[in-house]
Design a protein around this ligand. Structure first.
Ligand SMILES: Nc1ncnc2c1ncn2[C@@H]1O[C@H](COP(=O)(O)OP(=O)(O)OP(=O)(O)O)[C@@H](O)[C@H]1O
Length: 356
């Protein structure tokens, strides 16, 4: 397995890119740990597949280099990069049996037959197709075929990395959960370097130890699920992760005082922002306390989401969401306080830390 270095990578599909908006991928400059499980998460069109294809070698970046364990592989073919890939839709040989499909990547590399057999049997068990080993792939359901694709991606343990592009799209919801847990287990057991593209936050948060959030061709944060939840680096992360997403309110800053409409909050530090920057306060719905104390709020609607309720309200002229427990009482003259530790301040959409 390999450490992956993305060295100042940019990519434009069209010729002669001039401004940032001409790039499908703006500057990406990161190092991904050997044995890390990374999920690339973001909305449609943000550049996930472009970045994955640059890592796999299907696409040459317009600028920058890609290194595996410090060796420049930018000009190497996909095959020479020695990686396994699993795509959104099955890529298998219909005329071969399930067993032979799984054995193919190993036999292709000259692996001895007893080792092939051992690996294939392990994978058959993992994808729950043991009973179908001798069947031709032709005639299997899309779901079963995709499980074979997944198995083919996992069968070799000498690859530099395994890349997954929305691999569970065609799998039914229950099996999705099972396969995701199995992938996580396999990762723990074998320490593969895995890169997993998805636009589904649950999938990303359960699979990965580091989630790479992308937005408009940029990586806006790489963090653990807890970091993305507690300290979103960019307002987009706050909005995209969590359900409902983080409340983002326009504010004015004066030293450590934050003015939201006619309300004023004090912080225990003074965020440093450039003159004229758009300043906002981010607070997750889970960290707003609704009761009889604090700043006035108008409750508009309450949504029951099982063990919790989402209260939709207006605060200082802005819509906000508040999450309360199922049995919480909602007073008629409701007021709110914000957990001080859960307040994030943003300037031009980027978080301003205590360090400034
Ligand atoms: N072959 C191509 N030619 C021109 N533009 C492309 C090409 N492939 C992608 N793009 C553009 O590049 C941007 C990033 O696309 P990309 O497919 O990487 O996004 P994505 O995050 O993977 O989206 P999705 O989740 O829909 O697959 C988009 O604006 C897309 O329209």
């Amino acid at each position: 397995m390999a450490r992956i270095t993305l060295d100042h990578i940019r990519h434009a599909y069209g010729p002669n890119p001039k401004s940032d908006t001409d790039y499908a991928l703006r500057e990406v400059d990161h190092e991904w740990r050997d044995g890390g499980a990374y999920a690339l998460l973001g909305p449609s069109g943000c550049g996930k597949t472009t970045l994955l294809n640059i890592i796999s070698g299907l696409l040459q970046p317009s600028h920058g280099r890609i290194l595996f364990d410090g060796n420049d592989v930018t000009n190497l073919s996909t095959q020479a990069r020695n990686i396994a890939q699993v795509f959104q839709f099955p890529v298998i040989y219909d005329t071969m049996t399930v067993y032979d499909n799984l054995a193919f990547p190993l036999r292709n590399r000259g692996v001895a037959e007893p080792d092939v057999d051992r690996r294939v049997r392990d994978i058959l068990e993992m994808i729950d197709l043991g009973g179908m080993a001798k069947r031709k792939a032709q005639g299997l359901t899309a779901d079963q075929k995709q499980k074979i694709s997944l198995g083919r991606g996992l069968v070799r343990n000498d690859v530099n990395a395994i890349l997954f592009d929305e691999p569970l799209t065609v799998i039914d919801p229950h099996m999705k959960w099972v396969l995701r847990s199995q992938l996580k287990r396999l990762h723990k057991q074998f320490g593969f370097t895995m890169v997993y593209v998805t636009h589904d936050q649950t999938e990303a948060l359960t699979f990965a130890d580091k989630v790479v959030v992308m937005y408009e061709g940029e990586i806006v944060q790489i963090g653990t699920p807890a970091e993305l939840f507690e300290r979103p680096s960019h307002t987009f992360v706050g909005y995209f992760i969590g359900s409902p997403g983080m409340n983002v309110l326009p504010v004015q800053l004066q030293g450590n005082a934050v003015r939201i409409g006619s309300e004023t909050l004090s912080l225990d530090y003074a965020p440093q922002t450039a003159a004229g920057a758009k300043t906002e306060l981010g607070i997750r719905p889970e960290f707003i306390n609704l009761g009889r104390e604090g700043m006035p709020v108008t409750v508009n609607r309450v949504e029951d989401i099982g063990r919790q309720k989402v209260v939709r309200a207006t605060f200082a002229g802005q819509p906000i969401a508040i999450v309360v427990t199922e049995d919480s009482e909602i007073p008629t003259d409701a007021r709110v306080t914000f957990d001080p530790d859960a307040i994030n301040i943003y300037a031009n959409s980027w978080r301003v830390g205590r360090e400034g």
